[in-house]
Design a protein around this ligand. Structure first.
Ligand SMILES: [Zn+2]
Length: 469
C-alpha cells in the first residue's frame, strides 16, 4: 500500500508539471489566475483518485462474562471496545463511537485465545501413503504443498480457539516462515505463529539415513540442519534467523553424540545476539541437564524429565513444554499415559513453569488439527491440576513461553484484540473449551455462532507491507 501511494504521488506530481507546461505553451496570454485555477481543479481530480485509508473501525464486544486467566477471575457484563484492531477500553460501560459495530456475546464467556506451544503445522503424516512415518512425508510432499496444508491446519487451530502457535520445525524448507508471513501480510487467517525454521542438530538430526542418502543426496536437509562444530552452530542459527525464525530449536541429544554444554551455550549466545530464545528437544536426562545448565529457555517433550530435572528447571525458570499425549482410541497406551500424568504431577508439585503443548503433527480421520489438539485436555484433567490453573497454563503461560506476553495475548487495553468465547465457565470445567463458538483475531471476527467467517481476512495486497520477513 505504501508503494502504491508513493507511485500515485509521483504520478500526481507529473500531472501537475504537465498541466503547468500546457498552460505555459498553449495559452501564454491567459491570465495567471485562470491557469492556476485549471491546475487546482484538475489537480484535485487527480488527488481524488488517490487510495484513501479505510475509516477507523470500531467494535464493541458485549461479554456476558469475561475471564482474566492470569488472576483466575471472572467478571459479568463487560464491554470491550476495539479500535483499529486493538483493545482501547474495557469495563461495565465503555464510551464507543456512535457507528461502532456491536457484537453481542452476552450469553457467552469471553476469554483470551489459547496457545499450543509445540506444534508442526506444515507436517501432517498419515497412514496412507506413508504409514505415519514422517521420514517419508517429507520425501513425498513438497514444501510448497506443505505450506498450503499449514494454512489449512492454522485455520483449523484458530477455529478451535488457538490464537497463538509455537511452530517448532519439521516444516520442509521454511514453510513455517511462509505461513507466518502469509498470516502477517493479511492474506489468510491464522494464529500468530512463533516459528523455529529448521531444527538444528548434530549430524543426521532425528533421522537415521543410509550413508549414500545422507552423503550423496543430503537427504536430512531441510528437515534438519546439521551443525557439529562451533562455527557450524553459529552459521546454522544465523541461517534460520535470516530465513524468518523467531525462536531457535535444537535437537540436543537425538544422536549418541549429544551436544556438550559448551556447544549448547553457543546456541544460546548466538540466538541472544538476535534477541531470541532457544528451545531444546530432549530425550535423555544428560541432554536435559546440559540444556538447563547452558541456559535454554524451554525443554521440549517430557520423557527424560524426572524429579531431579524438574527441581533444576524450577530453580532456573526453564519452561516445561511437555507435549503430553493423551491415551485415546487413536493414539498412545495406558502405560505411556500413566508415565505422562505422573510427570505432570511431579512438575506441578515442583513449581515448574508449564505450557500447554501437543506435538500434534498427524492426521486423525474425522478430526481437525484443532480437535486433535484440544483433546490433550484429557492429559491435563488427569494430572489433577485445578482447571483454573490449567486455563492459565493454556493462555498466560503460553504467551510467556512464546515470548509475546507484552505484545499479544491478554485482553488488555493497548494489545491486539484476540479473544474467543465459549458457553459455560472453563475456570471450573475445562471441557467448555471444546466448543469455541466465537474467535476474534486482531479485531477481525474469524468465527461467530460456531461458523468460520474467513472472508474479512482475505486480501490480494500487502496489508502490512511486503517486507515482512
Ligand atoms: Zn515436535
Amino acid at each position: 500500500m505504501i508503494v502504491a501511494r508513493r507511485r500515485a504521488v509521483r504520478r500526481e506530481g507529473g500531472d501537475r508539471i504537465r498541466l503547468t507546461a500546457l498552460c505555459d505553451v498553449m495559452i501564454p496570454r491567459m491570465k495567471t489566475l485562470s491557469c492556476a485555477l485549471i491546475v487546482v481543479v484538475l489537480g484535485s481530480f487527480v488527488e481524488a483518485q488517490q487510495p484513501v485509508a479505510p475509516p477507523a473501525r470500531a467494535t464493541v464486544v458485549r461479554a456476558g462474562r469475561l475471564i482474566d486467566p492470569a488472576a483466575g477471575t471472572i467478571a459479568s457484563n463487560q464491554s470491550i471496545l476495539i479500535e483499529n484492531g486493538r483493545i482501547s477500553a474495557i469495563g461495565s460501560t465503555v464510551t464507543a463511537p456512535s457507528n461502532a459495530e456491536v457484537i453481542d456475546l452476552s450469553r457467552l464467556t469471553v476469554l483470551p485465545g489459547l496457545v499450543d506451544a509445540h506444534n508442526h503445522l506444515a507436517l501432517t503424516y498419515k497412514t496412507d501413503p506413508e504409514n505415519n512415518y514422517y521420514y517419508l512425508t517429507y520425501v513425498m510432499d513438497s514444501t510448497a504443498l506443505r505450506a498450503i496444508q499449514a494454512v489449512s491446519n492454522g485455520m483449523q487451530m484458530l477455529s478451535s480457539g488457538f490464537t497463538v502457535v509455537r511452530d517448532l520445525g519439521n516444516n520442509g524448507n521454511y514453510a513455517d516462515t511462509a505461513l507466518r508471513v502469509g498470516i502477517e501480510q493479511g492474506w489468510v487467517p491464522g494464529p500468530t505463529i512463533v516459528n523455529s525454521g529448521i531444527i538444528i542438530g548434530g549430524m543426521g538430526g532425528q533421522f537415521f539415513p543410509t550413508p549414500e542418502m545422507a552423503k550423496d543426496h543430503n537427504i536430512v536437509y531441510p528437515e534438519y540442519l546439521d551443525a557439529d562444530t562451533h562455527d557450524e552452530i553459529v552459521k546454522a542459527v544465523r541461517q534460520n534467523i535470516l530465513f524468518g525464525a523467531k525462536v531457535i530449536k535444537v535437537c540436543v541429544d537425538c544422536k549418541p553424540y549429544p551436544y556438550t554444554v559448551e556447544d549448547l551455550k553457543t546456541f544460546v549466545a548466538e540466538a541472544a545476539n538476535a534477541g531470541m530464545k532457544v528451545a531444546g528437544h530432549v530425550q535423555t536426562k544428560v541432554g536435559a541437564l546440559r540444556a538447563i545448565e547452558a541456559g535454554f529457555w524451554s525443554l521440549e517433550h517430557a520423557g527424560p524429565l524426572d524429579d531431579e530435572v524438574h527441581k533444576k528447571m524450577a530453580e532456573k525458570g526453564v519452561w516445561r513444554v511437555g507435549t503430553e499425549t493423551p491415551f485415546t482410541p487413536y493414539r498412545g497406551t495406558q502405560q505411556a499415559f500413566d508415565r505422562t500424568v505422573a510427570g505432570m504431577k511431579n512438575a506441578w508439585a515442583n513449581h515448574v513453569k508449564m505450557a500447554f503443548s501437543t506435538d500434534a503433527d498427524y492426521y486423525i480421520p474425522g478430526m481437525t488439527r484443532g480437535e486433535v489438539v484440544i483433546n490433550f485436555l484429557l492429559s491435563w484433567k488427569a494430572s489433577g491440576i485445578p482447571a483454573k490453573e490449567v486455563l492459565k497454563i493454556m493462555t498466560t503461560n503460553g504467551y510467556e513461553v512464546c515470548d509475546l506476553a507484552s505484545r499479544r495475548g491478554p485482553i488488555t487495553v493497548g494489545l491486539p484484540a484476540d479473544m474467543i468465547a465459549v458457553a459455560g465457565n472453563p475456570l471450573e470445567d475445562l471441557d467448555a473449551l471444546r466448543t469455541v463458538s466465537f474467535v476474534m483475531k486482531d479485531g477481525t471476527v474469524f468465527k461467530k455462532d460456531g461458523v468460520m467467517t474467513p472472508e474479512a481476512f482475505l486480501h490480494a495486497g500487502p496489508v502490512n507491507g511486503w517486507r515482512i520477513r
